[in-house]
Structure formats: structure tokens, C-alpha cells
Design a protein around this ligand. Structure first.
Ligand SMILES: Cc1cc2nc3c(=O)[nH]c(=O)nc-3n(C[C@H](O)[C@H](O)[C@H](O)COP(=O)(O)OP(=O)(O)OC[C@H]3O[C@@H](n4cnc5c(N)ncnc54)[C@H](O)[C@@H]3O)c2cc1C
Length: 360
């Protein structure tokens, strides 16, 4: 059989692309791990924050919100976002307030949101309610269902080890098998440039940056269920409720030499927790578990969506960085529109800002 699309990568990028493209032709998604969403897509903070990211990302967020709210019953639950400045961080918070459309609030009001905050350290605070927990498993599950309903196939434990092109077709090797497809979608997360190289396509210079997370009991034994996410001014750390617990991230962006199964570095975690610590009254005494994932950015930190200019049957769906879930509905819709040759709903300057052609 010749598939219309073979998709490499079973994270949010590949599954959302697969769902949309399954309306256009036969789809086979290949994922090297035994399960979908094993890498970055299984390790996120699961937030939808419409103002977060470069302008083209913010446009994708805005265009995704309605889908996230309503499709298949919706995947968002109210969370709220608060940013906090310690001594000397007030100007940084001012810039965050402008960038993220936050409302300045008195420190006393911040304490109403989270009683465990330390008013002696906090110099300024800002908040908006328009930030949401995103059910990442449900979103991926919904996209996979859509793909399968249209006859799309998903294969896990299927690492692509070789790709060659012959007579206008892609021949993709996984295990002992070679799969043939007309169009190849590169949604391999941290591995996108490696996949491009395998296919003989010029890599674009994606950079996988590690971000770590520590899970711990909520400060003071509180139930944090209704607390907002909190971020240190300038995104130097963040913390968020997570199934009755509390997760704290150093907001690290450490480049890694080669993509791999990332893990948290103890020193990076300790330094991040030290930056967070003075903002709460309770000392962190115990980290129950920790993890890390690779947030993979293109050179201008904006997603890459569309056909490769030199090899048009090679389709980029990459550079999701820290925004893969929140942008997925609009990003995958745009990808399908471009592949189908339909006029995209998104403004043309945004389409250009996302196009692989921008790397010339
Ligand atoms: C700590 C952290 C917090 C985050 N918080 C948020 C957040 O709050 N909101 C948000 O929207 N985003 C967030 N993100 C970002 C989000 O998780 C990513 O943007 C998204 O998961 C990237 O999805 P992906 O499908 O591109 O990559 P991945 O999930 O990594 O999937 C790529 C897949 O490709 C597979 N693959 C690679 N090479 C091959 C091959 N040769 N053959 C077959 N398969 C292959 C890999 O095994 C992998 O499963 C966060 C990320 C991290 C790490």
C-alpha cells in the first residue's frame, strides 16, 4: 500500500497533524517509543496561556482557544496565572504585565489567592484569570480517535531508521519493514533535524532545550487545587498545582548536545527551588519526584509549519518549544490547509512567520 502521509513522531505535534491530515488521505503515524507522548508531550506543565510566546505563537494560541474550550467537550479547566516580583524585580514584572496582559494586584490580594505566599519577600504581584489547565492526555486521545475514525493508523515501537526518496515516493524504514508514502510529515520533536538529515533535507537548526520539574507536597499542607499558577518575574521559576501536589520548575532552558530521554539535573532543580523558596513561607524539605523534557525551538523560537521549499513533499511540523499543546488545534489546522492548498483562516503574515521558507 502507498500511504498518502507518513508522520514521524507520536507526540502532540504528530497526533494533531495526523487527525487533520486524515481528512485528506491515508495516514500512518510512526512512533519509536512503545507508547505515544513518551517524550516532551508526556512531561509538560499542561497550561493554556494565550499570551505566552512570540507573536505568531500568540496568534496560534488565540486561534486554538475555541477548539480547546469546546471540541469533544473541551479540555480546559480554570487555573489563573499570577506573577510575582521579589526585591529588585519590579521593573521586570512591569514588562511581564505588558507582555502577558496581566492586572497589577496588591500583595494582600496575592495572599488571598495563595495563603502560603511570603508577603515579606514579595514586592509586587499581577494576575489574570485567563489561564487554563489543559488535559493533555485527553487532547492527544481526541486527535488519535479522529485519525483512527478516518482510517488512520498508529504504530508505536516503530523507530524510523532510514528514509529514501525514489520516483516521487518516500520509502521509510522501520524495523525490517519499508513503508511507502507520497508525503512525509516531520513531527519528531527534538529529533526533527535528525529526521530531516535522514531524508536528505537541509535541517533548520532546531535546538532542544531541557526544562525540569520537581513535584512536592503543597506548601503548608494546603490543598492547592484552586490556586493559580505562579511565575517569578522574568520566568526565572514557576509553580503550579498538580493533582493535589505542587510542581516547581526552575524554568531552565539548558541546550542539550543530542536529543535523548531527558532527566532533571539535581543542581539545576536545587537552584530553581532556591529562587522560588523565598516567595513562600514554608521551606521545601522534600521533592517526591522530578523529571525533565526537551522543549525544541527553531532558530527564531517560532513554530515551523508547512512544506519544505526545496522538497515540497517533506512537511515540517516542528519547533513547538514550550507551546505544543496550546497551539496544537490551530497549528494542525493550518498545516492541513497548507497541504490541501486551501486558504488558511490565519492571517497571511502569521502564515509567513511560521513557514519553513523564512529560513531561506
Ligand atoms: C517541562 C515542560 C513544560 C511544558 N509546559 C507546557 C505547557 O504548559 N503548555 C504547552 O502547550 N506546552 C508545554 N510544553 C511544551 C510541550 O510539551 C511541547 O511543545 C510538545 O510536547 C512538543 O510535542 P512534539 O510532538 O513536537 O514532541 P514530542 O512529544 O517529543 O514527540 C516527538 C516524538 O517523535 C518521536 N520520534 C523521534 N524520532 C523518531 C524516529 N526516528 N522514528 C519514530 N519516532 C520518532 C519521539 O520518540 C517522540 O515521541 C512543556 C514542555 C516541557 C518539557
Amino acid at each position: 500500500m502507498i500511504f498518502e502521509f507518513v508522520i514521524i513522531g507520536g507526540g502532540i505535534a504528530g497526533t494533531s497533524a495526523g487527525a487533520r491530515l486524515s481528512h485528506l488521505g491515508s495516514v500512518l503515524l510512526l512512533e519509536s517509543e512503545p507508547a505515544l507522548a513518551y517524550h516532551a508531550s508526556g512531561r509538560s506543565a499542561a497550561l493554556f496561556e494565550a499570551q505566552y510566546g512570540a507573536p505568531a505563537t500568540v496568534a496560534l494560541n488565540a486561534a486554538s482557544k475555541d477548539y480547546h474550550m469546546t471540541a469533544n467537550g473541551g479540555v480546559l479547566r480554570p487555573r489563573g496565572l499570577m506573577m510575582l516580583a521579589g526585591p529588585g524585580e519590579e521593573d521586570t514584572l512591569e514588562r511581564d504585565i505588558a507582555a502577558m496582559a496581566l492586572d497589577p494586584i496588591p500583595v494582600e490580594e496575592a495572599l488571598v489567592h495563595i495563603p502560603a505566599l511570603n508577603p515579606e519577600h514579595i514586592r509586587a504581584a499581577a494576575y489574570h484569570a485567563d489561564a487554563w489547565d489543559l488535559d493533555t492526555d485527553l487532547l492527544i486521545g481526541n486527535f488519535v480517535k479522529e485519525m483512527r475514525a478516518n482510517g488512520g493508523q498508529v504504530r508505536t515501537g516503530a523507530a524510523v531508521t532510514a528514509i529514501h526518496r525514489d520516483a516521487g515516493l518516500w520509502h521509510v524504514t522501520t524495523g525490517a519493514e519499508t513503508i511507502t508514502a507520497r508525503q512525509l510529515v516531520n513531527a519528531a520533536g527534538a529529533w526533527v533535524d535528525e529526521v530531516a538529515t535522514l531524508a536528505g533535507v537541509q535541517p533548520l537548526g532546531h535546538r532542544p532545550l531541557r526544562r525540569s520539574m520537581a513535584r512536592m507536597p503543597a506548601p503548608g499542607g494546603h490543598d492547592p487545587a484552586t490556586w493559580p499558577m505562579i511565575i517569578g518575574a522574568g520566568e526565572t521559576w514557576y509553580a503550579k498545582p498538580d493533582a493535589g501536589k505542587w510542581i516547581v520548575s526552575p524554568a531552565d532552558e539548558d541546550p542539550v548536545d543530542t536529543p535523548h530521554d531527558a532527566w532533571a539535573d539535581d543542581m539545576v532543580l536545587a537552584e530553581g527551588i532556591a529562587r522560588y523558596q523565598p516567595f513562600v513561607t514554608e521551606e521545601v524539605t522534600r521533592v517526591e519526584t522530578s523529571w525533565a523534557g526537551l522543549r525544541t525551538f527553531s532558530p527564531d523560537r517560532t513554530l515551523v509549519l508547512g512544506r519544505d521549499p526545496g522538497t515540497p513533499d517533506f512537511i515540517w511540523c516542528s519547533g513547538q518549544g514550550g507551546y505544543g499543546f496550546q497551539t496544537a488545534p490551530a497549528a494542525s489546522q493550518l498545516l492541513a490547509d497548507l497541504v490541501a492548498g486551501r486558504p488558511p483562516e490565519i492571517a497571511s503574515e502569521i502564515v509567513a512567520a511560521l513557514s519553513p521558507e523564512r529560513f531561506g
